[in-house]
Design a protein around this ligand. Structure first.
Ligand code: FAD
Length: 434
């Protein structure tokens, strides 16, 4: 592990492209004294903010309590790719939730992108939302997998066109010699300035009456008929609590902590590219992922920087030379960018669960949790927020489809969990190369 080092964090935003180009600097007050609401929400990323928004739209009195700044965690640091689907390989849950449950999760995986489309339009959120996405193939078997996935999507009534392209044709979208082809989704998936989306959604929630507190770490949740959420300087008394701290929640609720493994991923952003460089790289301005466990993901920002992510690992540590290591990866895909300056480099933590399905459930009758999107959560978090609000409003069917699925603890206990999983990821990386 010589090439890794611990991540340095403060309670302000990390030095990302997103933080440098945020539309607003949020400055909500810390929680002080006692507040009484219907629902207290712990954690102000996409999950917490959208739960607050959905509940406020339904007329609930809400308090959102964030340890740092709104969207300080994964939601303000990610690749900005708006990708549908919640979890992986849903058929594995058929025994527990039936064929109907599998289809329900599939449908929610489509709806989650539509929530973003509608929300951005309805509330006029300025966040550079753009549609267009491609999966790219490194191996012949990836092309077969894309074709199977396309057929499966079409059987399930996927409402957007999917197009399989060969090595030559994919270059109109991703101009790299690295790929054997790909699958393009022009209208269903896309990309977004994720920090501006999340902050914009928080402002909507606030305008609908939600109270937002920043720089207020929740130190204790007291379960009971009227649960309490405590911070150093205040307490929120509520009818319901929803925890949305995900990979950053530590041991606040130990039952949850052992089911989610915080995993690191890193991102760089270049200086703005010229028109010629855009033609040599991403001429169609789509978001792109390859299908490996430790994948590369990339896209252009609105000001035409290459935002390139990868180096995912289960150690929870940063590479010692994050920018240099990720730049090398970017140049393997786009050697034409050799002379381009890198302006930003940062990392973040995402929550991984063993079965790779988002975890939703009840810690007690009135304390609920949402966590562990296991990879992409930008769009799925909008769905889990919606069905949690539906459940609090008395319609639990969609929430319970998820809640019925049991989530195991990561093996190895607190001390050995990480090394065991780091070895596990190494195994999958080797499989990726076969
Ligand atoms: C580098 C990176 C790239 C990614 N790229 C993509 C991508 O391109 N597309 C995609 O779909 N997904 C991507 N993801 C995953 C996606 O960003 C996450 O799944 C999603 O943002 C999770 O949102 P969240 O609100 O659940 O968690 P977070 O955004 O992590 O928010 C949790 C919040 O809870 C707060 N918190 C924790 N504990 C407490 C406490 N005790 N008291 C108060 N507050 C607390 C934290 O401060 C934090 O702000 C990426 C993730 C990373 C790290």
């Amino acid at each position: 592990m010589l090439w890794l080092k611990p991540t340095q964090e403060t309670t302000e935003h990390t030095g990302s492209y997103y933080a440098a180009t945020a539309n607003w600097q949020t400055d909500y007050p810390p929680l002080k004294g006692e507040v009484q609401v219907d629902v207290a929400i712990v954690g102000g990323g996409f999950t917490g903010v959208n739960t607050a928004l959905e509940l406020s739209e339904r007329g609930y009195k809400v308090a959102l309590i964030e340890a740092n700044r709104i969207s300080w965690g994964a939601s303000g640091r990610n690749g900005g790719q708006v990708i549908g689907g919640i979890g992986h390989n849903h058929q594995q849950f058929e025994k527990t939730i039936g064929k109907d449950g599998v289809k329900r999760i599939y449908d929610m995986g489509v709806e989650c992108c539509e929530i973003i489309r509608e929300r951005v339009a309805k509330y006029d959120i300025q966040c550079d939302l753009k549609w267009g996405y491609g999966d790219v193939a490194i191996k012949a078997r990836h092309m077969r997998e894309f074709a199977e996935f396309k057929e499966w999507q079409e059987k399930n009534g996927y409402p957007h066109d999917l197009e399989i392209l060969d090595k030559q044709a994919i270059k109109h979208y991703v101009n790299s010699d690295n790929y054997m082809g790909g699958m393009i989704n022009e209208n269903g998936y896309g990309h977004v300035h994720s920090l501006n989306l999340c902050i914009g959604e928080a402002r909507v929630a606030e305008s609908l009456g939600a109270q937002i507190f920043e720089q207020s770490r929740v130190t204790k949740i007291v379960h009971g008929a009227l649960p309490e959420v405590h911070t150093e300087q205040g307490v929120v008394k509520a009818k319901y609590v929803v925890t949305c701290g995900n990979a950053y929640m530590g041991d606040l609720e130990p039952k949850l902590a052992c089911r989610v493994l915080p995993s690191t991923s890193c991102v760089i952003a270049t200086e703005p590219l010229s028109a010629a460089q855009i033609q040599q790289t991403l001429p169609a301005d789509i978001a792109v992922c390859d299908p490996r466990t430790a994948l590369d993901y990339f896209r252009l920002t609105a000001d035409k920087r290459m935002l390139f992510g990868g180096l995912s690992n289960y150690t929870g540590l940063d590479p010692k030379d994050l920018v240099g290591t990720l730049r090398k990866k970017m140049l393997q895909v786009f050697p034409e960018l050799a002379n381009v300056r890198i302006d930003y480099g940062w990392s973040g933590q995402m929550g991984i669960g063993i079965n790779r399905l988002a975890q939703l459930g009840r810690l007690s009758d009135n304390v609920f949790y949402i966590q562990a999107y296991s990879g992409h959560g930008v769009a799925p978090s909008h769905m889990t927020a919606r069905i949690t609000a539906e459940m609090i409003a008395g319609h639990a069917e969609r929430f319970d489809t998820f809640a019925k699925v049991k989530h195991m603890s990561w093996p190895g206990g607190k001390l050995l969990r990480r090394p065991a999983m780091a070895l596990g990821m190494m195994y999958y990386k080797i499989l990726d190369e076969l």
